[in-house]
Write a protein that binds this ligand. Structure first.
Ligand SMILES: NC(=O)c1ccc[n+]([C@@H]2O[C@H](COP(=O)([O-])OP(=O)(O)OC[C@H]3O[C@@H](n4cnc5c(N)ncnc54)[C@H](OP(=O)(O)O)[C@@H]3O)[C@@H](O)[C@H]2O)c1
Length: 293
């Protein structure tokens, strides 16, 4: 497990609870105590040892921000077994193109997308205070693997971040998630509002334009979207997460780097590849940049 972030630690705690031996790859190789508040409000204590730097890595979940994915894999590379399985998990798209060429022929790259919610409570207490804030589900698929049988680690991921669906082609799922992310994240971060605010009539025209433009691009990229179904899913996410702050808004408020480049930025880079103008996304991207994120 890489990092001491919310999704990585959530997975680590759930796996350790089931008796699995989990090690963490941290920037500083120290053991880490985690105080974990589960969905039902119970508290559990976990402790994780760092990955020993003289042992090969066979399986690693890399749940980091999209902008850290490449450097993270570069750091792991010297320790990766010839047939290592890497499972990447982040919001947005645009990392795979740079990561795939780094892998050896028998090394596998998988992608996991999840709707579970988790966060680390701020504070200076010893260890990490992890909260599992929302139940969700996950989808797993191969990006690069010689064959695509359901891998052995899928059972573990089903325990930790399930219910888990294994699919043969995950890219359509990532594009649908990108659609939802590139409508909700930049708008909520820009206007500093909770997700539910996007249900207000004043956002309807902009959301419609962003959706229409995304659908044009997705069609050209080979991931056509059913516009009515996508709109319905968008409304459902806005309603079911009405009181949540999107990850981009949380990052902005905390003064952290956002994943804008891998969400709207990726959309615009793809549009350029097809010589397509997306004025709504372009304007939103510019406003986010002007606002400093
Ligand atoms: N949290 C959620 O509820 C949720 C839900 C769905 C999707 N996601 C997506 O999942 C991804 C991960 O989210 P998250 O909330 O878990 O992020 P996070 O809390 O920021 O965790 C990422 C962790 O990775 C660490 N890291 C990055 N590069 C590293 C490296 N080279 N070596 C060691 N550690 C490294 C970071 O360390 P530093 O802090 O030291 O940089 C950080 O602890 C994001 O793309 C997010 O958008 C999150």
């Amino acid at each position: 497990m890489v990092g001491q972030g919310a999704i990585g630690l959530l997975t680590a705690c759930q796996l350790q609870q089931q008796g699995a031996k989990v090690r963490l790859w941290l920037r500083q190789p120290v053991s880490l105590a985690v105080h974990f508040r589960t969905l039902d409000g119970n508290s559990r204590h976990h402790r994780f040892e760092p990955w020993p730097t003289d042992q090969p890595i066979h399986t690693a979940l890399i749940a980091v921000k999209a902008y850290d994915a490449l450097s993270c894999i570069q750091q792991l590379q010297p320790l990766l077994a010839e047939d290592a399985c890497l499972i990447l998990s982040h919001n947005g798209l645009g990392t795979l193109e740079t990561i795939q060429p780094l892998l050896k022929p028998k090394q596998q790259l998988w992608f996991l997308t999840t709707t579970h919610g988790a966060y680390i409570e701020p504070g200076n207490q010893a260890g990490r205070q992890l909260v599992h804030s929302g139940a969700g589900s996950s989808v797993l698929g191969a990006i690069q693997a010689e064959s695509h049988p359901i891998p052995t680690f899928a059972n573990a991921l089903n325990t930790a971040l399930g219910p888990l669906q294994s699919v043969t082609d995950i890219l359509p799922y990532l594009w649908r998630k990108l659609l939802i992310n590139c409508l909700i994240n930049p708008l909520t971060a820009l206007h500093q509002v909770q997700n539910g605010e996007l249900a207000r009539p004043c956002f309807a025209a902009e959301l419609t334009q962003l959706l229409n433009e995304f659908c044009l691009l997705a069609e050209l990229a080979g991931y056509p979207q059913d516009k009515a179904a996508a709109w319905q899913q968008l409304q459902q996410v806005i309603t079911s997460t009405a009181r949540n702050r999107s990850s981009m808004l949380q990052d902005r408020l905390a003064g952290r780097r956002t994943e804008l480049e891998y969400i709207t930025g990726f959309v615009l880079r793809e549009a350029k590849r097809f010589e397509l103008r997306l004025p709504g996304h372009e304007q939103l991207y510019q406003l986010c940049q002007d606002a400093g994120f």
